[in-house]
Design a binder for this molecule. Structure first.
Ligand code: CTP
Ligand code: MG
Length: 228
């Protein structure tokens, strides 16, 4: 396996839960856009050799200007899975390891990126960062009535970057095209699981949280202010 590491950044979402009139990845946080923060983390990571960003098709020029000549910007697709697939398609064949990292996780520490990449370089086919779940989790039926309480000690909340051997990710995305409708795949590792390949975990980071709703941006601003 080649030890060349590429990072893919799905950034083509609209940010409907965050609201606002511009795409989420372009939303400012402490003077720079979310996607700039996310890409800077990847560039600061020691093990990342190249970065490909999947942007909204209408914003290719804006993203290219913001991110500079060292970052490849391509058009994403209608769903996150389409954006990641489009980015995988432009990777050079010399890339041996692929990280997939949400633009919406602007404060992810570079050390977490390197922890994921080094686990893949050390031989793991698929690696994800995870955190223990703080809240009690319950299963409910369609009416909202509780069916049961799920044992929390075996649950983990999953973050990005997720890291993969390149051949495994390619195969997982090929399989993804053939999955029947209704199969719920909400992250890249889910496709690898469907392939039957083992997925292993590394400790995630509180700071790798995803900006999803308005309060997350407030939290991100506060964390950044404390860092400086
Ligand atoms: N993403 C993408 N292409 C899409 C949809 C999502 O590249 N068609 C990216 C987002 O830009 C984001 C990441 O996938 O960086 C995680 O998705 P999410 O947090 O759901 O972002 P949005 O889809 O933009 O938000 P929402 O679901 O609230 O509209
Ligand atoms: Mg979304």
């Amino acid at each position: 396996m080649s030890d060349r590491v590429a990072a893919i950044v799905p950034a083509a979402g609209r940010g409907e839960r965050l609201g606002g009139s511009i795409p989420k990845a372009l939303r400012p946080l402490a003077g720079r856009s979310l996607v700039q923060h996310a890409v800077e983390t990847l560039i600061l990571a020691a093990l990342v050799d190249e970065v490909v960003v999947a942007a909204p098709a209408a914003e290719l020029d804006a993203f290219t200007k913001l991110l500079g000549p060292g970052v490849r910007v391509i058009a994403g697709g209608a769903e996150r899975i389409d954006s990641v697939r489009a980015a995988i398609a432009v990777l050079d064949e010399t890339v041996g390891v692929v990280l997939v990292h949400d633009a919406a996780r602007p404060l992810t520490p570079p050390g977490l990126v390197d922890a994921v990449a080094s686990a893949v370089l050390a031989g793991a086919p698929a690696v994800i960062p995870v955190l223990a779940v703080n809240d009690t989790i319950k299963e409910v039926d369609a009416t909202g009535r509780v069916v049961r309480t799920v044992p929390r000690d075996v649950l983990r909340a999953v973050q990005t970057p997720q890291g993969f051997r390149r051949d495994i990710l390619d195969e997982a995305y090929r399989l993804g095209e053939t999955l029947p409708d209704g199969v719920m795949i909400t992250d890249d590792a889910g496709l690898v699981e469907a392939l039957g390949v083992p997925v292993t975990t590394v400790p995630g980071s509180q700071e790798a949280f995803k900006v999803t709703r308005p309060a997350d941006l407030v939290f991100a601003e506060a964390l950044l202010a404390r860092r400086d």
